[in-house]
Design a protein around this ligand. Sequence first.
Ligand code: SF4
Length: 146
Amino acid sequence: MISFKGKPSADHLVEHLESFIQDTLARCTQCGECFKACPMTEYGPGLKEARPQEAVAGILDWLKGVPNHATSLDWLKVCTQSSVCIKACPENINVMKMMRTAQISALGSLGAQPALKSRDEKDFFRKINAFSATQLTTEEIEKWQR
Ligand code: SF4
């Protein structure tokens, strides 16, 4: 849970992501259940034949800031944030957030060499609001929007 002291800032978000990344890296067993449950894997090149454990290992690489350009990028590109993966995870990891954080890393926003292009997206901020509504408490959202 985020606990903001004073005015929320980009530092708070980075701190929150770093904490989420460390927790995910510590708890993910790379069982691959999230990949198996994902409804989008049939739409990415090579994902049908991919090994679930390998796909997840690539996502964890992005969380570590280690560029991974094969299956993981194909998976990140087709992810629509369906959230089906969250229910599939036996470790109660928020896999949708894990995927979103890996996308942020692959876009180069966490220090890794960019491997994904950001979209020219007119609904970008509306989507951020929708995403934050699924991740933060009402109190946290109010603090961010102040
Ligand atoms: S289902 Fe959970 S524990 Fe298994 S690979 Fe996915 S994130 Fe890791």
